[in-house]
Design a protein around this ligand. Structure first.
Ligand code: ADP
Ligand code: MG
Ligand code: ZN
Length: 494
């Protein structure tokens, strides 16, 4: 029998706020343990939480970016939870009336658009971090009370690779949308993977296996690549799978059972009496709506449509909003927007990468961070965007050749001088004066009798070699098209 996988993800993302969810403690990573704490986030009795409005705005903003409904009434609930990392013995979350629900995410998948439904994105709080030492354990409460968004997908994913693409798409939206830095290394994104298998085409879902607390997307992909065949094998053997929670052992490359799953009522959810319901008003909502960005995929598709960019170029801009803005500041004024894209992608990015690489190398051994490249580099450029447009236009007008343009670009990058000034100072303007080029051609023909003979005996490719010599003799300044034409004419009627 053929089986199919069904996957739904619960993704936890730390929100990008200055302070924690219910107190004024800093929301930062990497501080000494238990230095960003106060009676509120340590769960002392008698304290009262004060909601962080920016976290609520970011939650609603996420809802908008994920095409969700924003209910006009939402509330906070207590989830009972007895564990050392939750000092007050409950976690504040949104249970049955979350701030956002019923949305979707789209990404490109095998040449079409794949839609994954979002059940809800609700606001909760992060918990402390347990560390186990040789003879004792410690809890760091710096992370306790950091605003955390839980984004729950419908079970619409069907493979490990699709789950991986979904996670990358989701975090790209949240990152570009300013909701979260989504820095995996700092534990800002964690996810629970729910997976079942069923006979292909069946409508009923199989028993759900949950793999808890995954902290890397490649780990999620590996875990699913292991877990899906494991379940299929078990079913094929006639075994009955039961709903349970498993743990992924990344070193051994296997999942192992932890427990059979508790039901929701075990958490004894109830409305938090310390917190008012959330009733967003029109003005407040309009302010949040104004912060919504154009989605990365929509922007990619628009760039392809509006500027006839090939998918590869638009893809680079999809991943990098700053670079995309740079392109769009120039493209409408260029005769050929594709030429502008070429300069940005092939030259500007390459130069920025070199620079970034040199800087990073100085800081010792840190790998090249392609994503951060333009963000950190564009602002430091010595020339304004208009100078790049000017350069493209000089090439389009045939004032300078392509190879001269490379020289001009290098000089612009190094000194910030305008292209026009560099062309003048270096005498790079292309020579289109036929009389001058003719003189170069005569010299080359006189100096290369063998190649001339080759050409005249029918080896037409020899013309390129002669043209190359003319270009060299003119220090790259001869108009190559004109040089070719003159050479051909001279060789055909010597
Ligand atoms: P719980 O209440 O146990 O957390 P939910 O119904 O809220 O379970 O679902 C949690 C996640 O598991 C969601 O992302 C959902 O899409 C996914 N899910 C639910 N049932 C299944 C299933 N049978 N197979 C795979 N994923 C599932
Ligand atoms: Mg759940
Ligand atoms: Zn605090």
């Amino acid at each position: 029998m053929e089986y199919e996988a069904v996957i739904g993800l619960e993704t936890h993302v730390q929100l990008k706020t200055k302070s924690k969810m219910w107190c004024g403690c800093a929301n930062t990573f990497g501080a000494e343990p238990n230095t960003n704490v106060c009676p509120v986030c340590l769960g002392m009795p008698g304290v009262l939480p004060v909601p962080n409005e920016e976290a609520i705005r970011l939650t609603v903003l996420t809802g908008l970016l994920l095409n969700c409904e924003i209910p006009r009434f939402a509330k906070f609930d207590r989830k009972s939870y007895f564990y050392p990392d939750v000092a007050k013995n409950y976690q504040i979350t949104q249970y049955d009336q979350p701030s956002t629900r019923n949305g979707w995410v789209e990404f490109e998948w095998n040449g079409r658009t794949q839609k994954v439904r979002i059940t809800r994105a609700h606001l909760e709080e992060d918990v402390g971090k347990n560390t186990h030492f040789e003879r004792h354990s410690g809890v760091d409460f710096n992370r306790a009370g950091v605003p955390l968004l839980e984004i729950v997908s419908e079970p619409d994913l069907t493979s490990a690779e699709m789950a991986y693409t979904y996670l990358n798409t989701l975090t790209e939206i949240l990152h570009q949308g300013g909701v979260s830095d989504c820095d995996m290394e700092k534990g800002m994104v964690r996810c629970d993977v729910n997976v079942s298998v069923r006979p292909k085409g069946a409508t009923r879902l199989g028993a759900k296996i949950e793999i808890k607390n995954m902290n890397s997307f490649s780990g999620v992909r590996r875990a699913l690549e292991h877990e899906i065949p494991r379940q299929i094998e078990a079913l094929s053997r006639g075994e009955k799978l039961r709903q349970s929670t498993r743990r992924w052992d990344d070193v051994a490359g296997v999942t192992e059972e932890m427990r059979t799953k508790e039901d929701a009522h075990d958490y004894r959810y109830f409305p938090d009496p310390d917190l008012m319901p959330l009733v967003p008003g029109e003005t407040w909502l309009a302010e949040v709506r104004a912060r919504a960005i154009e989605l990365p995929l929509a922007r990619k598709q628009r760039l392809m449509r509006d500027y006839q960019l090939p998918a590869g170029d638009a893809e680079v801009f999809r991943g990098d909003p700053a670079l995309s803005r740079y392109f769009e500041a120039l493209a409408p004024q260029a005769k050929n927007p594709k030429a502008v894209a070429n300069w940005i992608i092939n030259n500007l990015l390459a130069k920025l990468a070199e620079l970034h690489h040199a800087e990073k190398a100085e800081q010792a051994g840190i790998g090249l961070d392609i994503e951060a490249m333009s963000l950190s580099g564009l602002a430091d450029l010595k020339f304004p965007p208009s100078a790049l447009l000017e350069l493209v236009q000089l090439v389009e007008a045939k004032t300078i050749s392509n190879s001269a343009a490379q020289q001009v670009f290098a000089e612009m990058f190094a000194t910030g001088k305008t292209p026009e000034r560099i062309v003048r100072e270096k005498g790079l303007a292309q020579v289109s004066d036929a009389a001058v080029i003719e003189e170069f051609c005569d010299q080359v023909i006189a100096a290369s009798p063998k190649i001339v003979a080759d050409y005249q005996s029918g080896k037409t490719a020899a013309l390129n070699s002669l043209k190359g010599q003319v270009m060299k003799l003119s220090k790259g300044k001869a108009n190559p098209v004109l040089a070719g034409e003159i050479l051909e004419r001279k060789l055909k009627s010597p």
